[in-house]
Ligand binder design. Sequence first.
Ligand code: HPA
Length: 273
Amino acid sequence: MVNMNEKYRAIVEKIKTEIPFEPEICIVLGSGLGDFAEKVETVKSFPTSSLPGYPKSTVEGHQGYLHFAKYNGKKLLIVQGRIHFYEGYKLSECVIPIHLAAKLNCKTIILTNAAGGINSNFKPGDLMLIASFNGMAVKKELTDVLGLTTIDKRNDFIDFPSSEINEKIKTAAIEEEISIREGVYWFTKGPSYETKAEIKMMQRFGGDAVGMSTFHEAVYASYLRMKVGAISCITNFAAGLSPTKLSHAEVMETAEKVKSDFERLVKKIIDLV
Ligand code: HPA
């Protein structure tokens, strides 16, 4: 078990002395969605390389910055540069941005990601509110690494993600006239995309979208008593559901196309939270 408070005290202390304000809402930007950081008023940015012990993001489309920003009077922490399990990092390292957000007293966190569409009604470019997760692939690691042994006893998964935030995401979509799907995000460890048989199984077991992030961040944020909301940008048909070969380039290309709807949606969510 990792003592997160002890292990990451240096980063927390350093950032606490330099931040312009305590953020209320943390927004984690997914693959190809990093531009959102430029659409709000940035007050101070930290390259994550300036933070002691902060892992380097090695994925294209993930710049390593923490931005303290404002939008319509709301104080934000924007995480641009997610840390993925498939990059070889431990789960305890992947959740460092979440740990920081909690230590800086963020009350709400909105996690975003790029995901493959499993649901046969979904197409690339759709946005999906994550109603629930399948995180069986790392349940044990989460327990072991983070020592979250009490989580089941506290029944934390009953309001997870937060029903209050989910309602606000739906309202934001209606107000902005953006159509939003709803479904189950299935976490896979990666690093490779799935096989056709894996996708078929996920489909049969109720998966709507598949991706390699977010689940552990959401669990850890909820454990630290933040209200969690999460949105997937469906960037591609999951493996075997289209004749074309899956690639990170396709993921980035679709994210680019959906960017303006995504920005409007997240801004409206910020207004409503
Ligand atoms: N599978 C896993 N992760 C992903 C995908 C996918 O199809 N698309 C974007 N991230």
